[in-house]
Design a protein around this ligand. Structure first.
Ligand SMILES: C[S@@+](CC[C@H](N)C(=O)[O-])C[C@H]1O[C@@H](n2cnc3c(N)ncnc32)[C@H](O)[C@@H]1O
Length: 240
């Protein structure tokens, strides 16, 4: 499958280092959505253990680590296309029972599916690097690789429904970053303009929330819903 040469995550360490040091400021409600992800996992699976969990675009392993601490005795797999992020994940999680796979989403899509190999699949701020067609292919493959009774949750940036609504939501994003910077004693306005800069980068291809919910439904997911949304940052998914 074609490789997205504009995707700077796959070409060097710059993104990896910048992201890890700023994620809790530039990603709106990152800690809240991570907590909600673990909550959904607990509510959905109860006290079950031995579950197979896939973190797609898992980066430095912060979220897999969080889930592992709260829900141990499950088998975690972290897939990411960036050697630099994966190295960070291995340093963070090395001692724990986690399988690391260096693979791009594009190569993952090309590999033959293995039916029902995971119970829980999640992703955070990564799938927006695929265009809508490839998101469709990815969600269909994830559905196939999910076990019956399993669940999929995606935390990601979504495209606003109109230019007007995008203006408000980009303003909400900037306000949020400035609130965070003020809280942690950082210099306010450091990231003003970031939403427009992110929008202009060809590697970012967010799709609409409604379109993605509809897609999940059409593929066959049940309980399809948006579990949280703040501006263009959303958390959505479904069960099988
Ligand atoms: C913004 S980071 C998020 C990392 C982690 N999920 C988190 O929330 O902390 C995006 C991650 O997606 C990975 N990524 C981006 N495009 C990818 C692709 N086409 N194939 C595989 N991984 C990709 C990057 O390497 C990076 O680790």
């Amino acid at each position: 499958m074609k490789r997205d040469t504009s995707n700077t995550w796959l070409t060097g360490p710059v993104q990896a280092n910048t992201y890890v040091s700023t994620a809790d400021v530039i990603i709106v409600e990152r800690q809240r959505t991570i907590k909600l992800l673990a909550d959904i996992f607990r509510y959905h699976f109860g006290g079950r253990t031995g579950l197979r969990v896939l973190d797609l675009g898992g980066g430095d392993g912060a979220i897999t680590g969080y889930l592992h601490e709260r829900c141990p005795d499950n088998a975690f797999t972290l897939l990411d296309g960036s050697a630099d992020m994966l190295a960070k994940a291995q340093r963070r999680l090395g001692g724990r029972d986690t399988v690391f796979i260096q693979q791009t989403f594009e190569d993952y899509l090309d590999a033959p599916p293995e039916d029902q190999r995971y119970d829980f699949i999640f992703s955070s701020n990564a799938i927006h690097h695929l265009d809508f067609i490839d998101k469709s292919r990815l969600y269909a493959k994830l559905f196939r690789e999910l076990a019956f009774g399993g669940a999929f949750v995606n935390i990601d940036v979504v495209k606003a429904v109109s230019e007007r609504s995008e203006r408000w939501q980009f303003a909400m994003w900037e306000d949020w970053m400035n609130e965070r910077l003020a809280q942690i004693g950082g210099e306010v306005s450091t990231h003003d303009g970031l939403p427009e800069v992110a929008k202009a980068k060809p590697e970012n291809k967010p799709s609409g929330l409604f379109e993605q919910l509809e897609l999940l439904r059409r593929i066959g997911f049940r309980d399809v819903d948006c579990f949280y949304k703040y501006g263009v940052f959303a958390m959505f998914g479904g069960t099988k």
